[in-house]
Design a protein around this ligand. Structure first.
Ligand SMILES: NC(=O)C1=CN([C@@H]2O[C@H](COP(=O)(O)OP(=O)(O)OC[C@H]3O[C@@H](n4cnc5c(N)ncnc54)[C@H](OP(=O)(O)O)[C@@H]3O)[C@@H](O)[C@H]2O)C=CC1
Ligand SMILES: CC(=O)N[C@@H](CCC(=O)OP(=O)(O)O)C(=O)O
Length: 309
């Protein structure tokens, strides 16, 4: 049996990456629209309604519009945009986030792919909140750097033309980045984290870090407890791995070009300070890799088919 998949937005940065991962798979009948019809409403509506599963790789408004064009109760949706990540009726497509999340994705009709930065933040923080190691009312921050492909075609052009004129550019300085609501909601935190994103002059890759004082953790929690909680949460996961915190540096490129994510816990027992660090590819586990993983799960296929571990 083949699964009919339509990618809406297949020539964008994320869409192209998904297409690349799906094109050689015989169990998937992949459909995209030619350049002259890819923004034609009638052509999109027909393709959206013919597919078993559609993957939306569009700006938020166009993603909402695409969902509204689906006029049947059969077509299932994976939305890579921010539009539905905290919306009612949508399942959050981070398969490793909760013990039953993959099962929920498997039966969901509407799946929202997580944001790249939230993927890193939630992987580090959610197991600690769930396990009671980090109180839900903790005040936390997360700083992160992304490759410039995270900003899509416009930012790629900005950096590759030389117009950006920088090696490293903090942004989100109004403290209202679009990813904060999904970070707070899916971590189960009472307060929004302070999010400090930056874009680096490298095409792809991401490093994100949550600094913590032991005093923020539940009384008696040690650095080893934190490491063990993460190791437990991702035991057996093919894509999320917990590595030893015995390296001196971590590079933004560490997991670039793959669909995996690596978590590390660094700590100083003397000062009682910790740094939780995640590396991933913003276009891999942060976008296209997660979309393909969700598609596999929804279609009952090998969850890591087509992915680079
Ligand atoms: N880049 C990343 O790392 C990540 C991106 N995402 C999300 O994925 C989505 C796509 O982002 P990204 O690929 O980076 O963006 P891009 O700008 O690279 O691509 C978006 C594509 O959508 C097309 N498009 C825009 N409006 C319409 C429309 N009405 N109908 C059909 N096609 C349309 C654009 O056309 P045109 O080529 O003509 O501009 C473009 O090809 C966004 O919601 C983004 O937030 C999620 C995680 C990571
Ligand atoms: C470097 C850069 O600009 N990154 C984008 C996020 C990219 C991303 O993946 O976010 P979505 O999944 O929500 O699209 C930003 O900060 O808006």
């Amino acid at each position: 049996m083949t699964v009919a998949v339509f990618i809406d937005g297949a020539v964008g940065t994320t869409g192209l990456e998904i297409r690349e991962r799906l094109s050689a798979r015989p169990e998937i009948a992949l459909h995209t629209l030619d350049d002259d019809r890819r923004k034609d409403a009638a052509a999109r509506a027909a393709a959206l309604n013919q597919a078993d599963i559609v993957i939306l790789c569009l700006p938020d408004d166009a993603a909402r519009e695409a969902v509204a064009m689906i006029a049947n109760d059969r077509t299932r949706v994976i939305d890579a945009s921010t539009a539905h990540r905290v919306a009612d009726g949508w399942t959050y497509g981070f398969a490793e986030l909760e013990p039953d999340q993959a099962q929920r994705i498997a039966t969901a009709r509407f799946v929202s792919n997580p944001g790249c930065y939230p993927t890193a933040f939630l992987a580090l923080v959610r197991p600690l909140v769930r396990g009671g190691l980090l109180p839900a009312d903790a005040l936390v921050g997360v700083n992160a750097a992304s490759g410039y492909s995270g900003g899509g075609k416009a930012m790629i052009e900005e950096f590759e033309s030389g117009a950006a004129g920088t090696a490293f550019r903090p942004y989100g300085l109004s403290l209202a980045h679009k990813h904060v609501p999904e970070m707070q909601r899916h971590a189960g935190l009472a307060h929004p984290p302070i999010f400090q994103p930056a874009v680096a002059n490298t095409y792809r890759g991401m490093v994100a870090e949550v600094p913590l004082h032991a005093a923020q953790l539940a009384a008696g929690t040690t650095i080893d407890d934190v490491r063990a909680a993460l190791a437990d949460a991702y035991a057996g996961s093919a894509l999320v791995r917990v590595a030893a915190g015995d390296v001196a540096t971590v590079a933004i490129e560490a997991d670039a070009g793959t669909d995996r994510m690596t978590l590390r816990v660094f700590g100083n027992a003397g000062t009682g300070q910790l740094r939780l660090v995640a590396t991933l590819d913003n276009l891999g586990k942060g976008a296209a890799g997660a979309a393909v993983q969700n598609l596999n799960i929804m279609a009952g296929l090998d969850p890591v088919a087509g992915l680079t571990l």
